[in-house]
Design a binder for this molecule. Structure first.
Ligand code: DC
Length: 230
């Protein structure tokens, strides 16, 4: 079958990355986490004094943006994708709370998005990839053969996040999480540059009441149908 490009976009805490990774593994495609790229740029800013508390030195970041190169490699033991910032493995550091606090501001800067989109297109030029994010089907790969827009009710997503934190031994507050989910939805959808929205030709996947197996079955069926027609 001809290799295609698969774009998976959607709301936060929908399980996008987990499903995108599993789909890529199932069909022998490469997986790219575009959110990790914005996280790596935020880490670069923290490491280089470009971001301090609430302020970003946008001039300095703009001067340096062409020197920020993100790549991915598979962990030889687990096969999981690892993020590299200028050749250094930063997979662990980009998942910290500090990076999470800054990343949405970094992802809202037009020159950062332009550079990341350029690097993402380079990664996808040979096709055979699954990339997840917020603007993959609308901006990065508007011609992707398979586009999926993932959603679930805010209450279901808040409950999943609650369960995740509780399993880690935290003592989460459900209402606080729900509030945060709704706030992030609003920010993602109303952002001026590349706001989160379903591409006209995207397949909607509401996984509120689906098990992981049912979801994978749906994805593989959709992929087989699209790839066989290409
Ligand atoms: O999916 P995530 O939480 O790792 O994403 C990190 C941040 O990057 C989040 O603020 C959303 C943003 N993002 C984006 O603006 N565009 C993408 N294609 C992917 C992520």
């Amino acid at each position: 079958m001809k290799k295609i490009t698969i774009a998976i976009d959607g709301f936060s805490s929908c399980g996008k990355s987990t499903m995108a990774k599993a789909l890529a593994r199932n069909i022998g495609y490469l997986y790219f986490d575009s959110g990790a790229m914005y996280r790596a740029v935020a880490l670069y800013c923290m490491q280089n004094g470009i971001i301090n508390e609430e302020d970003i030195d946008t001039e300095s970041l703009n001067d340096n943006i062409k020197h920020i190169h993100i790549s991915f490699e598979a962990d030889p033991e687990t096969g999981n994708s690892m993020t590299f910032l200028n050749g250094v493995n930063v997979e662990h550091e980009i998942r910290t709370i500090e990076v999470s606090r800054f990343v949405s501001k970094i992802a809202a800067l037009d020159f950062v998005r332009n550079e990341m989109v350029e690097q993402q297109r380079e990664m996808g030029k040979s096709k055979g990839i699954v990339m997840d994010g917020r603007d993959i089907g609308t901006t990065v790969f508007p011609d992707a053969e398979m586009k999926v827009f993932v959603t679930a009710s805010a209450e279901v997503r808040a409950q999943r996040r609650y369960d995740e934190l509780a399993a880690r031994g935290d003592n989460p507050d459900y209402n606080e999480i729900l509030e945060n989910v709704l706030q992030r939805d609003h920010l993602d959808q109303t952002r001026e540059i590349s706001p989160l929205k379903q591409a006209d030709d995207a397949h909607l996947l509401d996984n509120s009441n689906m098990t992981r197996d049912e979801q994978m079955e749906w994805l593989i069926e959709t992929y087989n149908k699209i790839a066989s027609e290409c």
